[in-house]
Design a protein around this ligand. Structure first.
Ligand code: PLP
Length: 508
């Protein structure tokens, strides 16, 4: 008896789809450069930046799209973005090394925003090159101001990051804290301290805006925070500060799974498996945070909403268009009326559809206890495609080595059903029980063979190299940048890519 396949087939848009359609190219790249291998499409990141800009234009808003560098280490993506419109596209760096990388990739300081935890060196270099510093706390403001004075730096542009947004208490109602508590930012309730600190340090820093970054997909919560910032901007102006931009951070999201029905079926099946009314869908019954309490499913699944009807630029559009809770008008209108610019810091959404990660199939073997399931070992480990870490579920795409080799086993009386859909557990190359590429049973259209490739698509946002490591001295993935011109693909190592017509330096 076979499991009915529960696919979570990935969403693949044109440039990535065309690359994926070129299996011979991907095989030859992996043959030459090894497995795992990351492949990036720098043109796609520029196209995404343009999509975000077009949403701003449609709402008549001025502003800037800052790429949250932490989503991917690549040079090609950062260099390609550096070549975009300088006024409209910037970069958000969260460490000294990311800042150095951005500068070396062609970003001038005035296009850089420094966020996240900051060492003195990071603060100094950011201020030195004229970056905008997105301040986490009044303490960080004191530290920056002291550096600016001590080293005779120019007055530095700053944003202040706020957190702990609350709903409007309403008459008689208690205050409800909406956003989850964040370790970053200054609680709105303590904003007064910030304003006085900004006034105290007016010789060293200039407030250019108010920022937040909410770790949620909830539009309501985000609209509320945006609206609150617009109102706080007025409060600042009334005190003689002159901010001009609201920075709403990132979190616009990406859709990984194409089909709503597949996502629905799989999540329903997960609940049924947790209740024990169908066989486990996962390795050793892992439940992604769900539990069975006396016949009822409890807990929240620690899963990224892999199928999303609105994500990325579409999500921004929805956020700007829906009436905000307090004033009842769309945030886009509020921003326009208050003459506020809008800054964005998309990470995942800006690198959506910008790359894939390849892994070679090394071993395929039946799983003893469940004869219709197989273990498929890959030349990659869980750090190389950190889908589990981020709760992202989507099937890899099988790229057979040859075109039409017969399925082994079928001819000699073996399991003929391996010609059809089959459930496999994808395991990594580490000598570690926990090294599973995904804890989910993955259905593939047929059983892979050693030598085949699995392509994990849309990995450029966090899934590609965020958690890559060198455990057991396994090779970490090389990364290549590919570009297509007139149907011909060219590739080069990520570090050799520059956004010129012939990125490889090959003369025309
Ligand atoms: C991580 C982060 C982002 C990017 O978030 P995404 O979900 O990838 O869009 C933006 N701003 C800040 C401050 C962040 O920490």
């Amino acid at each position: 008896m076979k499991d009915a396949p529960l696919y979570l087939r990935p969403r693949v848009d044109p440039p990535l789809a065309s690359l994926l359609g070129n299996a011979p190219l991907l095989h030859s790249l992996a043959d030459a450069l090894g497995s795992p291998l990351n492949v990036l499409l720098p043109e796609a990141v520029a196209a995404n930046a343009e999509r975000f800009r077009s949403v701003l234009r449609r709402h008549h808003l001025a502003g800037r799209v800052y790429f949250a560098h932490k989503a991917n280490r690549s040079s090609a993506l950062v260099r390609r973005l550096a070549a975009c419109d300088t006024a409209a596209v910037g970069i958000d760096v969260a460490s000294l090394e990311e800042l150095r990388h951005a500068l070396a990739s062609g970003f001038t300081g005035n296009r850089v925003m420094a966020t996240g935890p900051k060492d003195p060196e990071f603060l100094w270099l950011a201020a030195r090159v004229g970056a905008t510093v997105n301040l986490d706390s009044p303490g960080e403001l004191d530290e920056l101001a002291a550096l600016v004075r001590k080293y005779g730096l120019a007055r530095t542009d700053v944003l202040v990051r706020l957190s702990g947004f609350e709903s409007d208490p309403g008459p008689g109602a208690g205050t409800r804290l909406l956003a989850r508590r964040s370790r970053f930012g200054t609680p709105v309730a303590e904003a007064e301290k910030l304003w006085t600190a900004l006034e105290r340090h007016a010789d060293s820093v200039r407030l250019v805006g108010l920022a937040h970054h909410l770790d949620t997909t909830g539009l309501e919560e985000k609209a509320r925070a945006l609206e609150r910032c617009v109102l706080l901007m007025d409060e600042c102006r009334a005190r003689g500060l002159a901010p001009r931009a609201v920075d709403i951070g990132g979190g616009f999201g990406a859709a990984y799974v194409e089909d709503a029905g597949e996502w629905e079926r799989w999540t329903t099946a997960l609940s049924e498996a947790v209740l024990g009314i169908r066989p486990p869908l996962t390795w050793r019954g892992h439940a992604y945070g769900l539990r069975n309490e006396a016949g009822t499913v409890r807990g929240t699944a620690a899963l990224y909403p892999a199928h999303r009807p609105t994500a990325g630029p579409g999500y921004l559009d929805a956020l700007l268009s829906r009436p905000a809770p307090v004033l009842g008008r769309p945030p886009a209108t509020l921003l326009l009326e208050h003459l506020d610019d809008l800054y964005l810091e998309p990470g995942r959404a800006l690198v959506d559809q910008c790359g894939l990660s390849l892994a070679r199939v090394v071993e395929v073997r039946p799983l003893g206890e469940a004869p219709d399931r197989y273990l498929v070992r890959l030349a990659m480990n869980a750090g190389d495609v950190s889908m589990e870490e981020h709760g992202v579920l989507a099937d890899p795409v099988l790229l057979p080595r040859g075109e039409s080799a017969p399925v082994s086993g079928a001819a000699d009386g073996g399991p003929a059903e391996t010609e059809g859909p089959v459930g496999v557990h994808l395991v990594g190359n580490l000598c570690l029980e926990a090294d599973l590429i995904t804890r989910r049973l993955v259905f593939l259209p047929r059983l892979p063979r050693p030598g085949d490739l699995l392509a994990f698509v849309n990995t450029a946002g966090y899934l590609m190299d965020f958690h890559a490591h060198h455990a057991q001295r396994q090779p970490s993935a090389r990364t290549v940048a590919v570009t297509e011109e007139d149907g011909t693909w060219r590739w080069c190592p990520d570090e050799n890519y520059w956004p010129l017509t012939h990125p490889q330096g090959v003369p025309s």
